[in-house]
Design a protein around this ligand. Structure first.
Ligand code: ATR
Length: 279
């Protein structure tokens, strides 16, 4: 099989590391490459894919929404989330899936227990990743979702798109007393923004100094693996979960959709940690 990930830029992607390691350990004959595709070359790439040059693709920034128009079918939350991160080809038909929701739920539940047992969720960010994370929580019928984003109107648009999911949704001002109170009273706090990434100068989220013991703090950033937010949360005695787990579990679901095989999750983590250390 010829598999890969399309994005722009995409050379930093760790997906080839884990999928190649998984294939090797299972004795599967497949390749997994990166394809750097500027937006104006997306249509050509999709034609090549449909005509059989590739068998399956992951999709990353900035193409997760743009690829949807090329899909013959949508499955696995893609329609609900409004984004595709995995494409399977059956003959000349392209089937789009979103495995980020599964990846997020599984990363939390395998490491920190049932989401449904915790009611108040604070999500920082309102981009594509926040959308998948919010739908993951809504799937688990949490009580209340609080969304805080630097650009408030994007948080409002995300909240509007979640209307009808069955939990209460509030938008918080990014720098406000309300946000501080919500950090204190949340059961789970999730960062889906770029804050804390190695390449981003902004290191701290407003209100995060109020994190305390008994809370679960999740960062979907994995470069660095221990972000300033996770370090702060650990020091405060909160439980923490790093972003590599979501990457692994969304990849696991994609791998199974393409190959039918079960993904070796622990082995993937070991190879990813090694790759991160060598960076
Ligand atoms: P992704 O698909 O990874 O979610 P995205 O859709 O580009 O990427 O969203 C990036 C998120 O990180 C947004 O919520 C963005 O906030 P804005 O809507 O205000 O742009 C947030 N973000 C990026 N850099 C940030 C920074 N320096 N401070 C605060 N938020 C930041």
């Amino acid at each position: 099989m010829v598999l890969g990930v399309i994005g722009h830029p995409v050379s930093h992607s760790l997906s080839p590391v884990m999928h190649s390691a998984a294939a090797k350990s299972l004795g599967l004959d497949l390749t997994y490459d990166t394809y750097d595709v500027p937006p104006d070359e997306l249509e050509d790439l999709m034609d090549r894919f449909r005509n059989g040059d590739m068998d399956g693709l992951n999709v990353t920034v900035p193409h997760k929404v743009a690829v949807m128009e090329y899909m013959n079918e949508l499955m696995d939350n893609a329609e609900k989330v409004g984004a595709v991160n995995t494409i399977c080809r059956k003959g000349d038909k392209l089937i789009g899936a979103n495995t980020d929701v599964y990846g997020f739920i599984t990363s939390v539940e395998k490491n920190a227990g049932e989401i449904a047992a915790r009611g108040r969720i604070l999500v920082y960010g309102a981009g594509g990743a926040a959308r998948a994370v919010c739908h993951a929580f809504a799937d688990r019928n949490v009580e209340r979702l609080l969304i805080a984003n630097r650009t408030r109107h994007k948080a409002e648009a995300l909240a509007d798109s979640l209307t009808g999911v069955g939990c209460a949704i509030d938008v918080l001002d990014y720098e406000s007393n309300n946000l501080v109170d919500s950090v204190r009273s949340a059961d789970i706090i999730v960062n889906t923004t770029s804050v804390g990434m190695e390449s981003v100068s902004e290191k701290f989220l407003p209100g995060s100094e109020n994190i305390h013991q008994g809370q679960l703090v999740v960062d979907i950033v994995y470069r660095p693996l221990e972000t300033p937010l996770l370090r702060q949360a650990k020091r405060a005695g909160a439980m923490t979960l790093d972003g590599l787990w979501m990457l692994i579990h969304q990849g696991a679901r994609s791998f199974t959709l393409w190959t039918g095989a079960e993904f070796p999750v622990e082995l993937a983590r070991v190879s990813l940690l090694k790759a991160l250390n060598e960076d």
